[in-house]
Design a protein around this ligand. Structure first.
Ligand SMILES: Cc1ncc(C[n+]2csc(CCOP(=O)(O)OP(=O)(O)O)c2C)c(N)n1
Ligand SMILES: [Mg+2]
Length: 380
């Protein structure tokens, strides 16, 4: 199969005729990429309706700034032993904020571990997220986003669950959509392929947002798959697939809002690949400088999604240095308050480790739970 003369190793060039055998093209596909605000904050084409109102753009900008400040604080808390692990969204704020802003409250978010920006906009509080990363399961028992799924650490295992949630919505004839966010690495897993296949076969109201940050921990995107785009994986499942500039909050919001609307009215699933870059470490347990260069990182800062929207707002006369300072002060205060509330929350009792997995605890674990209560009382 592989052609040793071919530098694309292993890729066969499609031919219409091979040694006298005639083949007919039976299907062709295209993958489209959308960018509405380019790297220099210039509009490409025309902006969608929502983006013509500066107030909407400022609220997206605020959400991105808040996400970045929260991230910074969470990493600092981890470094000082006040949080477990944390996975920063640095560089991907536009994608995550756009996911949260395009969804309706009644839609269901099934996130992985990096989507703080989406979760905040869908009703999860900063204090809840800090509790979770501090090892307290109560943080995933959201007060507002009651039906959103907890953070999914096992890669791609929530993709079939998203199809299941969407099936329930379809059977109940509810005009709601399941939104499953997952990484580029997750698209290499069987769970992902099974989920998109089912979504296509049953025309489910689900949108898969592939947050392509170019890395699966230390494995670069180029070594994960030979596919030219990740969006084209949708083609095999018979669902719509497209790519969007994940550092362009307007483009992600716009394309996702269209996909959500389509799914809501029975138009079926969509896969959106949001192209971005993970500018931070994979998690606080990682050191990315061991596997990528400073030059590569420096180049990516040029594409910073927050700077892009900032420059656009300034250019339009909708933003000033004074407003920037006020926003920073307000968001810092919000983050600090959430940290205070988190640190003031009494720790959960030891037996709580048994309380969030089963609806009814199996008897074998019930006795262990009792033992944990006894031991906890002794220590107290
Ligand atoms: C089933 C499973 N296998 C392996 C891991 C270890 N692991 C944690 S994160 C990660 C990489 C995921 O990369 P990607 O999907 O691109 O998401 P990103 O972290 O880049 O946002 C892996 C392999 C895991 N969490 N779950
Ligand atoms: Mg990744």
């Amino acid at each position: 199969m592989s052609n040793s003369d071919d530098s694309t190793m292993g890729r066969q060039k499609p031919t219409a005729e091979t040694k006298g055998t005639v083949s007919t093209c039976v299907a062709t596909f295209e993958i489209h990429h959308t960018q509405l605000l380019d790297h220099d904050a210039k509009v490409k084409g025309s902006l969608p309706e929502f983006a013509r109102d500066p107030a909407n753009l400022i609220s997206l900008y605020r959400a991105m700034v808040l996400t970045r400040l929260f991230d910074k604080k969470a990493v600092a808390l981890q470094r000082t032993g006040q949080l477990g692990t944390y996975s920063p969204a640095l560089g991907q704020e536009a994608t995550f904020v756009a996911v949260g802003s395009a969804m309706r409250p009644e839609d269901v978010l099934l996130p992985t571990y990096r989507e703080s920006g989406a979760m905040f906009l869908h009703g999860v509080s900063m204090q809840e997220l800090l509790l979770y990363w501090g090892g307290d399961e109560r943080g995933m028992d959201y007060a507002v986003a009651r039906e959103d799924f907890p953070i999914c650490i096992p890669i791609a295992t929530h993709a079939p669950q998203a199809a299941g949630v969407a099936l329930a919505m379809k059977l109940r004839r509810e005009p709601r959509v399941a939104v499953c966010t997952l990484g580029d690495g997750a698209t290499s897993k069987g769970d992902f392929y099974e989920a998109i296949n089912l979504a296509g076969a049953w025309q489910l109201p689900v949108v898969f947002v592939v947050c392509n940050n170019q890395w699966a921990i230390s494995l670069p995107r180029s070594e994960q798959t030979c596919a030219q785009t990740l969006a084209q994986k949708a083609i095999a499942a018979g669902i719509d697939g497209e790519q969007v500039d994940g550092n362009d909050v307007i483009a992600v919001h716009h394309r996702l809002a269209l996909a959500l609307e389509k799914a809501r009215v029975g138009g079926g699933p969509t896969l959106i690949e949001a192209l971005s870059y993970r500018m931070g470490d994979h998690t606080t347990a990682d050191d990315a400088s061991r596997y990528r260069t400073q030059e590569e990182l420096k180049e990516q800062w040029r594409l910073d999604p927050i700077k892009r929207l900032h420059d656009f707002l300034v250019k339009n006369g909708d933003w000033t240095e004074q407003k920037e300072q006020a926003l920073n002060a307000e968001c810092t205060q919000e983050v600090e308050q959430a940290v205070k509330d988190y640190l003031a929350t009494p720790p959960p009792p030891p037996e709580s480790m048994f309380d969030y997995l089963y609806e009814k605890l199996p008897t074998s674990l019930a006795s262990q739970r009792e033992a944990a209560i006894r031991r906890g009382a002794k220590h107290a």
